[in-house]
Every structure is written in structure tokens, then in C-alpha cells.
Design a protein around this ligand. Structure first.
Ligand code: B12
Ligand code: SF4
Length: 467
């Protein structure tokens, strides 16, 4: 037990021979090997890594496992901390990467490799493009670290690394351990982290949108933790911070994919007084009792991928969870229960026309969407959409894969009209008058502040920024 929180995973079980071997190797270590864990900052020109940043739960999970056997230094470059040029103090350099920071991750990896370190790359981008990533490191971890940890840690101790670590089966998540936040709080700059506490209840999303990496990596799998363990982790944070009203942010791909689990989780959360937000798909949000329970359990905001108001586009990307005739009902159900909506809208599809922008504007204004987020459709490497669009892609510079660069010429609109309308829509939605209309009657809270920041930001936008 740790501060009343049960240690739920037993990675070193006596019954598993590979774990036994790892245990023996650990006990034979003369001194603990030193790991440097890095969250690279991206080189992208847009707002992506600026201001307050969210605590990287992915790298924290790596640190939590590694910290049991090794000495861990945790560097999150997005805080302003930098990786030293001279890495002589470390044995292993392990770096997480998404596509938008892959170039930076590779530069750090190349430097570590040149200094003879064991270099491990993990995260979405190395998983999707492991041949490319292998050029820059000793080993690539495919997917989540938990499923390969015993083998990886053993090989580090033996000094004999494999090129790729890929589990034949995913480990159940039911009793996943809670992350050790002390690693992320090592930095003097950790105050730059958002006050939202990252937490995970489920993993995977079988909806199967063709632009998303989740179905490619985790397939049709949808796993979840025991509700008791999730609640226990929340109580641990309440205790750690000395207050009941803590703000949690679920890192789940789609927290509501299994309605029964979701409703049970919310019922339990409603008893402990936390506030929370999450990504969610629309699959059953049209049912009033779901929004009612979400509100009662402390939900402040839900992030919903509306993506498009064009049924042809939704069909073309296989977004089966979105039914246009439900959009309005979903929004009003949530609003009735005091839940704000972060609505994601994508542009740049072949079916988009000038009318798509007007339709989106009208939808946002009529439904008073509090926090609309606009991005340009980005075929991420490894997804079916990437394979389909590859011959038409304008960029293979990963710094531009931040969803704020125009990736291909959409058939109906052409590039110029796409960007002109994309910029105009953002400016219109975040004009002072439009903000007042969308936010009318809403409580004066951080959502207003975000709108104010977006107002300032969108004023400066030009089509050229997205080229
Ligand atoms: C929650 C989330 C966010 C949150 C929080 C991000 C954060 N601070 O971590 C917010 C809302 C801020 C966000 C923002 C964005 N996101 Co996002 N996000 C996610 C989501 C749904 C879950 C990520 C997560 O934390 N999962 C829980 C952790 C525990 O699991 P994990 O990430 O899979 O990590 C495991 C493994 O990858 C592995 N691992 C990871 N790193 C390492 C490192 C080593 C060394 C090893 C060995 C293993 C390892 O072990 C980990 C533990 O099991 C993912 C989808 C997904 N499943 O990846 C998209 C996803 C990562 N996001 C994506 C995108 C595009 C974005 C944005 C660009 C969107 C935008 N336009 O603003 C920004 C970019 C932010 C940034 N600077 O990186 C894409 C990235 C695609 C790509 N190829 O890069 C994803 C994959 C969704 C998609 N469309 O496919 N995101
Ligand atoms: S609903 Fe969201 S998480 Fe699920 S496959 Fe589609 S984009 Fe990915």
C-alpha cells in the first residue's frame, strides 16, 4: 500500500519464469542503471506545446515501471527543461514520440546513440513507423510498455537489446497500477503543468475511424480498469492534495464505448465529489439519463469529435458513432446538465465545400458550443487514411503533422479556398460578438478565459500559416 492506495499490478510474479529471471537479475545488480526519460518538445510553429501543458501520462507510466528497478531522471522539454548534450551520466535514454515531435525525438536519440547509450523509442509514432524509428535507436517498443516490460527490463540488465519489443497479446488492464507522479514533479518548472490530473479508466476505441491510430494499434480491443481501482486512484489524489474537489482529465480514447462500465464508473464518481473531463464519442450521449448522470458525477466538459456536418465525409472516414440527426440532442442534453462542450471539427476532406464552413458555423452558433476546436485533416502514418492519401500528401516533414498544416489538395475546394475559409471560420467563431452569443447564460469560469485567449490568437491567423 502507498498512501492508502493499493499496489495493484504485480509485474514480478513468482509464477512467471521470465519475471523470476528478472527478479534474480535485479538482485544481482551492483548499482542501479540510470535511465533518462524524455518527452521532447515539438518543433511545430503552431500553439501546440505552448503555455500550460498536460502531464504526459504515457511517459509517467514508463517512469513508474522503470522507477522500481532503475534510477530515473524525467525531462519534459515542453516545460523548458532541456536534455543535456553530454549523456555520460546515463545508461539508457528512453524517449516518447508522437508524429509532431518525431524529428526532435530522433535528434535526441541520435545524440544518445552516438554516445553508446541504450536508446529506446516508444509512443504512437515509433509504433506506427518502427522501421524508420529503428534507424535512430537500439530498440523500438510497439504499443504500450506494460505488455513488454518484463522482457525489456531483462534485456536492459543483460545488455542485449532486441530491435523491436512487441507483445503477442495485450496485458489485461483491470488492475493497472497508478502512475507515480513524483517523476513528473521532479522539475522546478512543474508548475507549468495544467492543474488537471491525468487519469485512465479505459484503453482502445473500436469505432474504427480511418484517420485514427488507436484502432490500428489496439484493434478491436477495448480494455478497462476495475472501477474500484480508478476510484481509489481518485481518492489517493484527493488525499495527496488535501481536498475533495480535484480536477481530473481522462486520457481515455473513448471513455463511453462500453455504456454499462461507463455508467457504473460515473455512479461511483458521483459519491466522491470530483470534477472531471474526458474524450467521448457520441454513441449513446443522445440518451438524457447519460448526460444527467455525467453532470451529477462532476463532469465539467466533454470533448466530442463532431468532425464534420457532411454525412458523406463521416461515412468516408468510417465514423460510425456519429449520427448527424443526434448532434443537436447530444448538445442540448449535455448543456441541460451544466456540461460544456469542446467540439472538434476537421476540414480539408475531399467532400468539403464552401457550404461546409457555413453549416459548421451555424451549428456551433445555434448550439452554443463553448469551445470549438478546428483542425485540418491529417493522415497520420500507419493509419489506413495515410496509405490511401500518401500519393497526394504535400508534406513528409513530421513537424507539420500537428493538424494545423494543409496536407493535401481537397478535390472540391482546392487548397487556397480551403485555407481562406478555414481561417475565416475561426475568426468568425471567436469574434467578441460570437463569443457572447455562444457563452450567453454560461457560468463565468475558465471556458470564458479560453475563449478570450482564442479570440486573441485567431485574430493573428493567416492562410499562409497553414501551408
Ligand atoms: C489524451 C490525448 C491527448 C491529451 C493529452 C496529451 C498528453 N499530454 O499526453 C490532449 C488533449 C492534450 C492531446 C493533444 C493532442 N493530441 Co492527443 N491524444 C490523446 C489520446 C486520446 C490518449 C493519449 C494517452 O495519454 N493515453 C494513455 C497513455 C497511458 O497511453 P499511451 O499514450 O498509448 O502510452 C503508452 C504507449 O504508447 C507506450 N509509450 C509511450 N511513450 C513511450 C516511451 C517509451 C520509451 C516506451 C518504452 C513506451 C512508451 O507506453 C505507454 C504506457 O502504456 C491519444 C490516443 C492514443 N491512444 O494514443 C491521442 C493522440 C496521441 N493525440 C493525437 C493528436 C494529433 C493530438 C494533437 C496534435 C491534437 C491537436 N490538434 O491539438 C495534440 C498534440 C499535443 C502534443 N503536444 O502532443 C494523435 C497523435 C497522432 C500521431 N501519430 O502523432 C493521437 C494518437 C490520436 C489520433 N488521432 O490518432 N491529446
Ligand atoms: S471515435 Fe475517436 S478514438 Fe475512436 S476511432 Fe474514432 S477518432 Fe479514434
Amino acid at each position: 500500500m502507498q498512501n492508502g492506495h493499493p499496489d495493484t499490478i504485480t509485474p514480478l510474479t513468482a509464477s512467471d519464469p521470465s519475471s523470476e529471471r528478472l527478479q534474480r537479475l535485479v538482485s544481482e545488480q551492483k548499482s542501479r542503471k540510470k535511465w533518462l526519460l524524455v518527452q521532447p518538445v515539438s518543433n511545430t510553429s503552431m500553439m501546440v506545446d505552448s503555455g500550460t501543458v498536460s502531464m504526459p501520462l504515457n511517459l509517467l507510466m514508463v517512469a513508474t515501471l522503470a522507477g522500481e528497478l532503475f534510477d530515473v531522471t524525467f525531462i519534459d522539454e515542453r516545460l523548458g527543461d532541456t536534455v543535456p548534450e553530454d549523456l555520460s551520466g546515463y545508461d539508457v535514454v528512453a524517449i516518447t514520440s508522437r508524429t509532431l515531435n518525431a524529428t526532435k525525438a530522433y535528434a535526441i536519440a541520435d545524440n544518445a546513440k552516438a554516445q553508446g547509450k541504450i536508446v529506446i523509442l516508444g509512443g504512437v509514432h515509433p509504433t506506427m513507423l518502427n522501421d524508420e524509428a529503428r534507424e535512430h535507436c537500439s530498440s523500438v517498443v510497439y504499443g504500450e510498455i506494460e505488455s513488454v516490460w518484463t522482457e525489456l527490463a531483462t534485456d536492459v540488465l543483460l545488455g542485449s537489446m532486441k530491435e523491436v519489443y512487441k507483445a503477442s497479446a495485450l496485458k489485461p488492464m483491470t488492475n493497472m497500477r497508478h502512475p507515480d507522479f513524483t517523476h513528473a514533479l521532479q522539475s522546478k518548472r512543474s508548475k507549468k503543468y495544467s492543474s488537471l490530473i491525468p487519469i485512465l479508466a479505459t484503453k482502445g476505441c473500436p469505432v474504427g475511424c480511418n484517420f485514427c491510430t488507436t484502432p490500428t494499434i489496439y484493434g478491436k480491443n477495448y480494455r478497462y480498469r476495475e472501477i474500484d481501482f480508478v476510484i481509489d486512484e481518485m481518492k489517493y489524489h484527493q488525499e495527496r492534495l488535501g481536498k475533495e474537489k480535484i480536477n481530473l482529465s481522462f486520457m481515455d480514447d473513448n471513455i463511453s464505448f462500453r455504456p454499462k462500465y461507463f455508467m457504473e464508473l460515473l455512479e461511483e464518481m458521483s459519491k466522491i465529489g470530483v470534477r472531471w473531463n474526458a474524450n467521448i464519442s457520441m454513441n449513446f450521449l443522445h440518451k438524457p439519463e447519460v448526460a444527467e448522470l455525467a453532470g451529477r458525477s462532476g463532469c465539467d466538459l466533454l470533448s466530442i469529435g463532431f468532425e464534420s456536418l457532411n454525412p458523406e465525409t463521416l461515412k468516408s472516414v468510417h465514423k460510425g458513432s456519429n449520427r448527424l440527426d443526434n448532434y443537436g440532442t447530444v448538445v442540448s442534453n449535455l448543456h441541460k446538465n451544466g456540461i460544456a462542450i469542446q467540439g472538434y471539427f476537421m476540414f480539408g476532406f475531399d467532400n468539403d465545400s464552401e457550404e461546409s464552413f457555413q453549416l459548421t458555423y451555424d451549428f456551433i452558433m445555434e448550439n452554443q458550443i463553448e469551445f470549438p476546436v478546428f483542425s485540418l485533416v491529417t493522415p497520420f502514418p500507419g493509419t489506413p487514411y495515410y496509405d490511401e492519401m500518401k500519393p497526394r500528401l504535400r508534406h513528409f516533414d513530421w513537424d507539420k503533422y500537428d493538424t494545423y498544416h494543409y496536407m493535401f489538395e481537397p478535390e472540391k475546394l482546392g487548397g487556397e479556398k480551403l485555407l481562406e475559409n478555414f481561417v475565416k471560420l475561426q475568426k468568425e467563431v471567436y469574434k467578441g460578438r460570437a463569443i457572447m452569443q455562444r457563452m450567453k447564460g454560461k457560468p463565468l469560469n475558465w471556458v470564458w478565459f479560453v475563449n478570450y485567449m482564442m479570440h486573441r490568437f485567431t485574430k493573428k491567423l493567416t492562410p499562409e500559416m497553414y501551408l
